[in-house]
Each structure stands twice: as C-alpha cells, then as structure tokens.
Design a protein around this ligand. Sequence first.
Ligand SMILES: [Zn+2]
Length: 289
Amino acid sequence: MARVVGIDVGGTDMKATLVDGEPIAFHARPTPDTPAGIVDAVAELVDEWRPAAAIGLAVPGVVDEERGVAVWSENLDWRDVPFVAQLSDRCGLPVVLGHDVRTGALAETRIGAARGMRDVVYLSIGTGIAAGIVLGGRLHAGDGYAGEIGHTPAGHDEPCACGGSGCLEAIASAAAIARRYTARSGRPAAGAAEVLAAGDPDALAVWDEALDALAAALAWIASVLAPEAVVIGGGLSRAGAALFDPLDDRLARHLTFQRVPRLVPAALGDRAGCIGAGLLALDSIRAGS
Ligand SMILES: [Zn+2]
C-alpha cells in the first residue's frame, strides 16, 4: 500500500504522521510563525519520510478544501494561503488540504472510537467547540462552513471570540469553564480540569451550566443528523466519567423518539487530526489511480 504523510497544523504544535492505512510513525514540533515557515517544515519532513506518495495537510479556521486554500485562521493569523499549490510545487507530490476537526472526524470514524459506523459526529471541545460531520461514511464540509456548533445560541449573553454573544463555546468550552470559574469565584484556574478538581459551589455551578448547554447542543445534533455515535475529543473529554455520565443522563432527558447516539470518548487523542489528514491523502491517490 502507498505511504503518505499527514500533518496537522495547530496553534502551538505541528503534528505529523506517516500513514499506510494505519499510522506507522509520528513526529511533533512547534508550529512555525508564518505560512512560508510551515511549507519549509513540511518539505523537510517529507524529505525525511521519502518515499511518500502524497501529502495531507489539516489546518484550523475556515478551509476551502476544493480550492486547496486556507481561507482564514484567527489563531494563526492568516488569510487566503494557497497551501496546496505551494506545497505541490515545493515537494513535487499531490497535496490535499483539510480542516483539522473534519480530518479528526474522519480518523475517529475509520480507525478510532467510531470504527465501523457510517453516521458519526466528532465533537472537539477544547479552547473552542467544533464538530466534524460524517454522513454515510463521507465528510460533510459545507464549502468549509459546516460543523460550527460552537457558535450556536446557548441561552446566555456572554461575549464570544467570534464577535457575537451567547454562543455555546462561550459557556461550555474548556477555556470558557476556566474563565467563568475565575470570574465567579475570583480564584485562578489554568483549565477545566482544575475547576472540576476544585469542586466548590462556584465550580459546580459553572460545570452544571456547561453540561446543560452541551446536552442541549447534543439534542440538536441527535435530532437533525441522527448519528450512531458522537465522539467527544479535545481537552474537555479528558474529564472522563465526570463529563460523559451527566451528559448521557441529560441528553436522554431531552430526547423522546429520536435515535439516542452513543457518546464515546475519542480514541486517537490529539493525533486524530494528522492521522485523518493522512487518510484524506490516501483517499485522493486512490481516487486518482
Ligand atoms: Zn461565537
């Protein structure tokens, strides 16, 4: 089977894997400051892992997979970077571009927590909240705009990083849980895990509001898409039973006749994005051959 390189460009780390159906090697390094630096770093890696038949690159933000352009990333501060054209010129290989959460969804569906299922939603809850949607075994991208469940109304009026207010991610992301706990209690918290460990009335109240908002979002997902499973990844998923048990209960209370999705923790952790980028690259060479 052909070997391909899958890369996930994150806000701080760039993760890479060599894939021949399953991941066979991993590499991580700090993300370069500029798109040109990222192209250099990818080229170095591909040289190290020759021979590779194709490159899959996953990036955050708004991604136009068809044109191969990273349209916008607030985190990495870029606009309209034609990564596919730049990397295929540089490396002389076919290149496909993907969105980090959508490639994560693909990886969890093909070889991770939802292996063998055809209708799956992958919900990443970390600094932000976003979903990757797999329907009938295929990724749904909506021209790069699908899956933005983090920016749907969650019944409050706090400001959100998107410029709006009242969004799910402003109340239920791992970052929001820590921020809201500090605002309420005056005590610092480095992350959601610390809030959970604190266990005081302020911590419990903030968690409770986050769980309610997440359960409502899951009810919409279950009602509209009827996935067999919702795979939950990102930093918040490490809370384990403290997250999954109450979410299961609250979701069940929202649903009457709908199919109840299994809520399962992600199996591939923070490697899902790069593995999925590699799987996209494999798909592209199979489709072309
Ligand atoms: Zn928002």
